[in-house]
Design a protein around this ligand. Structure first.
Ligand code: HEC
Ligand code: HEC
Ligand code: HEC
Length: 143
C-alpha cells in the first residue's frame, strides 16, 4: 500500500502526539494527578458540622489573605481569636487554628501547593503538625 500525502500526515501525527502527551512531558514524564485535599483528621471527624473558619469557596480562593489578617491581628493588635460568620470562635493561629483541624499537612495543604509548585515559607519558623489522619489513628487503636 502507498500512502499519498505522507508528509502532511506525518506532521499531523507529530502535532497530535505532542498535544496528547503534553501533560506527561510537561511535568517531567509524570502525569500530575489533580490535587485531592483530604479532610481525614481526628479533629475534623469529630466536628458536628464539617465547616471551616469561613465558607469553602472563600477558603479555597483566599485562605492566604485570611492567614495574613490573622497574623497582623495577632502580632500587632494582640487579637488572638477570630469569630467566623457562622458565630464560632477560633484561635487566630496557624498552628493552633488551621493545623489543629488540618493536622494532615502533607495530604491537605501540600496536595494543592505541590500541584502548583508553591512552597509557602511559613514552615521555616512555624512548626508543622505531627501528621495525624483519622485512618492512622483508627489503625493504631486496632493494633
Ligand atoms: C474547626 C476546624 C478547622 C479549622 C480551624 C480550619 N479548617 Fe479549613 N476546613 C475545615 C473543614 C471541615 C473543611 C471542609 C469544608 C467544606 O467541605 O465545606 C475545610 C476546608 C478548607 C479548605 C478548602 C479545601 C478544599 O477542598 O477546597 C481550605 C483551603 C482550608 N480549609 C484551609 C484552612 C486554613 C488555611 C485554615 C486556617 C486559616 C483553616 N482551614 C482552618 C476545618 C477547619
Ligand atoms: C484547595 C487547594 C489548597 C489547599 C487545600 C491549601 N492551599 Fe494554600 N494555596 C493554594 C493556592 C492555589 C495558593 C496560591 C495562590 C496564589 O498565588 O494566588 C496558596 C497559597 C498559600 C499561601 C501563600 C503562600 C505564598 O507564598 O504566597 C499560604 C500561606 C497558604 N497557601 C497556606 C496554606 C495552608 C496552611 C494550608 C493547609 C491548612 C493550605 N494553604 C491549603 C491552594 C491551597
Ligand atoms: C521568620 C519567621 C516566620 C516566618 C517565615 C513566618 N512566621 Fe508567622 N509568626 C512568626 C512569629 C515569631 C510569630 C509570633 C508568634 C506569637 O506571638 O504567637 C508569628 C505569628 C503568626 C501568626 C499569628 C499567631 C499564630 O499562633 O499563628 C500567624 C497566623 C502567622 N504567623 C502566619 C504565618 C504564615 C501564614 C506564614 C507564611 C506565609 C508565616 N507566618 C511565616 C514567625 C514567622
Amino acid at each position: 500500500m502507498r500512502i499519498y500525502n505522507a508528509k502532511p500526515i506525518f506532521i499531523g501525527l507529530v502535532i497530535f502526539f505532542g498535544f496528547a502527551t503534553f501533560p506527561f512531558w510537561y511535568n517531567g514524564g509524570r502525569a500530575a494527578p489533580p490535587p485531592e485535599p483530604k479532610l481525614d483528621t481526628p479533629v475534623i471527624q469529630k466536628l458536628e458540622k464539617k465547616e471551616c473558619v469561613a465558607s469553602k469557596d472563600y477558603m479555597r480562593k483566599s485562605h492566604m489573605d485570611l492567614l495574613n489578617k490573622w497574623r497582623t491581628e495577632a502580632v500587632r493588635l494582640a487579637n488572638r481569636y477570630y469569630v467566623s460568620a457562622a458565630g464560632n470562635t477560633y484561635p487566630a493561629s496557624l498552628q493552633r487554628g488551621c493545623m489543629k483541624c488540618h493536622s494532615n499537612k502533607t495530604e491537605f495543604c501540600d496536595q494543592c501547593h505541590n500541584y502548583i509548585g508553591l512552597t509557602p515559607y511559613c514552615w521555616d519558623c512555624h512548626i508543622p503538625p505531627k501528621q495525624v489522619t483519622q485512618t492512622e489513628q483508627v489503625a493504631k487503636k486496632g493494633e
